[in-house]
Structures are given as C-alpha cells and as structure tokens.
Design a protein around this ligand. Structure first.
Ligand SMILES: [Fe+2]
Ligand SMILES: [Fe+2]
Length: 271
C-alpha cells in the first residue's frame, strides 16, 4: 500500500499562519510515502513568498513531488513574465524539469507535468511534447505499477460535477493518458476538493481524478474549509480522505470515498 498526501494552492502571501502550522503537524503525523504539491505555491511569485514556501517544504521530511501553478509565474512584472517566468520557482522550489518531476518506487510511478504558462494568464496548457512524453515515460514501466499524473490545472472533472475550466489540450492529454493505462490524476487550481471517475475516454476504460482544495490560503471558496487530500492506494482500490481544517481541531478527515477498479471501470462507494 502507498499513501500520498496531496496538497495544493498554498498561496504564500495570502496564507493563514495558524493553518500552515497545523498543516505541518498533520503531514508529519501521516508518514506518507510521497507528498505531492500541485502548484500555486505563492500569490504573486515574489521572492519573499517563495522563500516562505521553501521554509515550509524544508519542514516536510517525506519525499516530495512538486509542479508550479499559474500564480507561480509573475503577473505584473512583464519582463520577468516573458523572459524568465520560472526563475523564482526554479531558485526556491525546484527546477522546472521533467526528469526531476518524476517519483517511482516498486508500487507507484508519479509524473508531474507543468501546465503553467507565461502568456495564458490563469489558464494553463500542456504542450504536444508533454503529451507525447506521457506514453514514452509510462509505457516503459511494468504494467502492475500504479500510475499517476499531476498537473496544476485539471484535465477533467469527475462525472456528475459542474464543469470547470480545464487545461488547454486536456482532451488530447486524456486520450494519451487513457491509452497508456494511467489510473489516477491529481490537480488543484479551482480550490475545490472533489473526486470521482471521469467519463470514459474512448474505449480505454476509466480514469479517476482528484482535485484538491486550497491547503492554507485565505482564498477558500464560499463555505469550504482549507483542506488537503490523503490518498491510500492498495493495488486497484483507492481511498480519498479530504482532511479539512477547523479552528482548534486542525486538519481532520471530513469526507472519505473509496474507489475500486473492476473490469477496467472505477466504482465508487462513499464512506
Ligand atoms: Fe490557486
Ligand atoms: Fe491556479
């Protein structure tokens, strides 16, 4: 079994310090095999915000896999945005480099794809090359390895949920993902903690997608708490617990769902 703590949309610069301390405590108690952080580390891609994000990362001892979000690209400094959009991210968080955005052990393979773009403002996109890399990287792996892709901008919404803005070329990417036998997608951006199977893509069976809420920022959706996802993967069974923050309680499991892959289809059973 493998446990992933899936954190997103920290937005340092617009964060709540108490919630951040509770998050560090909660993550330390989970003993996760991997901590995934799916972008929007900062509010405005400033040095001071990235420096705070770096201090936060250094307090997490588990292996980490990270990818930037649209807020990690400078918005107002046009020179930086055009000529060096990931300079601060590279310096403080991790180089934007696919070779470094991959985690693998004997059960799990996780690839993070950078969907943040300098010219698309808040909407992201994948490149043709990134989509081609999905098949190239995962097809070489043993078929029993559980395969996961992380993007900041979601590639789909769970069936039955309201539509949300998706990454550019999401449908091309989904086709490649389905054809490559990838089981799980993780994303952030919309600050909504939702999960579920997505509608079938072609004849290639179903894919599960998990969106994360905002972990520590004050940019919560109306009525939603700060949260992160605790994901347990046991062969073809996945449980997703939304760990929601409350004053005095810290992060506690507020909602849980279990999904089982049967005959190529994800079936859900809410706890
Ligand atoms: Fe965000
Ligand atoms: Fe975002």
């Amino acid at each position: 079994m493998r446990t992933i703590a899936h954190i997103s949309d920290l937005h340092f610069g617009r964060h709540n310090l108490n919630v951040m301390e509770d998050l560090v405590t909660s993550i330390a108690g989970m003993d996760s095999d991997l901590v995934v952080i799916s972008g929007d580390f900062t509010q405005r891609a400033r040095h001071a915000e990235f420096a705070e994000a770096r201090l936060f990362l250094d307090r997490i001892s588990s292996p980490k896999l990270v990818t930037p979000g649209n807020h990690d690209v400078p918005l107002y400094n046009l020179f930086s945005r055009i000529f060096r959009p990931f300079r601060n991210y590279d310096r403080y968080i991790a180089p934007v480099d696919q070779r470094l955005s991959f985690y693998e052990d004997d059960e799990l393979a996780v690839l993070a794809l950078n969907s943040a773009r300098r010219f698309t403002r808040k909407n992201g996109r994948l490149s043709h090359r990134q989509i081609a890399d999905v098949a190239r990287i995962f097809e070489a792996l043993p078929s029993e390895r559980f395969k996961v892709i992380v993007t900041h901008h979601p590639l789909a919404v769970p069936s039955g949920q309201d539509s949300l803005e998706l990454a550019g070329r999401a449908s091309d990417a989904l086709r490649a993902i389905a054809n490559t036998g990838i089981h799980l997608l993780l994303s952030g951006h919309h600050h909504r903690a939702i999960s579920g199977p997505i509608a079938d893509v072609g004849a290639s069976g179903s894919i599960l997608i998990v969106h994360a809420g905002t972990a520590i920022s004050t940019r919560t959706r109306r009525g939603a708490a700060n949260s992160y996802n605790l994901i347990k993967i046991n062969h073809r069974s996945i449980s997703v617990s939304v760990m929601a923050w409350g004053q005095g309680t810290g992060f506690v499991a507020a909602d849980a769902a279990t999904y089982v892959l049967e005959a190529g289809r994800w079936k859900s059973s809410r706890a």
